[in-house]
Design a protein around this ligand. Sequence first.
Ligand code: FES
Ligand SMILES: [Fe+2]
Length: 362
Amino acid sequence: MATAADYGLGPNTFPRGWFIVAESKELDQGPLAVRFFGQDLALYRGESGRPVLLDAYCAHMGTHLTDSNSAMIVKNGEQIEGDSIRCPYHGWRYNADGDVDDIPYHDGPCPKSASIRSYPVVDNMGCIMAWYDPEGRAPDYEPPFLPEWDDPQWVRWELDHLGELEIHPQEILDNMADVRHLGPTHGAPSEYFENEFKDHVYIQRQGGPMQLYNCYLYTTTWYTGPGLLLSKQVFGDTVIYELIANTPIEDGKVKCWHACLYQGSESPATGADREAAKHAQAGALEAFSADFNIWQNKRPALKIMQLKTDGPFKVGRRWYSQFFQQPEDAKATQRELNGILHTQGMDKPEDRGHDIDQGLPF
Ligand code: FES
Ligand SMILES: [Fe+2]
């Protein structure tokens, strides 16, 4: 298992940014125990509907707040009060900020030292997204949102839960520069290709003939921070947004999700559109699974043997490294990288009539 340090990323072990930690509907079944960023975490939805993510262990005696399902307070459905949660062992109550605000057998103020860490979380496009910063600093950008999510012509996604991958997410991010895998791996070789860096956003524009549907494929793909990829894909009459998300569990191990938002034939989308959306998501998953399968079985590429006609892996890795830096240093990295890069031997998007970027949120 190769680590952030092995790739020369740092000084932090885990990247700062917005990440998926669950699908929204998973929280409807009750609190969840999850593990990300090398930490055990407690995730639940408060009575207001607000999702809450806390460090998992109660300060009193170290009980996991959401992984003790046979305690009577849990069985009775009495663990959540408002947006607070009671520890299943002795009932200390944690509010959404991670502070203890009630101890059932104690009068007077609750100890401030009992506070545990609370992470910024949002319910966004069917996903619970959390902001991670190793030092608990506030988010410095917004999580990505597609206005189409709220448009009734679009069929909303449900996530494919792809599980854990024993690979550093650096290898997943490498895909953004990797023009030369699109033919052999996906049967959709690029005819034109470019990358653009805009602060915390990393964009890829490309297109070419696609074997799967026997038509021309145009894509604009972008990472908003280190964990959330969205890709607008246009082929034939079909328009989709694909989501690919990676969230570090340990240093060198990630959890991944996949989904597609699908443009229906009319507004609101019809039953037939919903069926077509499922097929489109399955087709996109099949294509993505080819990457996933390679990542499952490859050795780490700590150094890439770069040819001139490969995509700009090195610059892509520099862009990714900003999330492992202190925010001031990340700003300097952004200033250094911002701009458009072309790959030798590839046409430019404008040469091939790439015009699918309207309305994209960057
Ligand atoms: S261990 Fe949590 S209240 Fe005692
Ligand atoms: Fe790929």
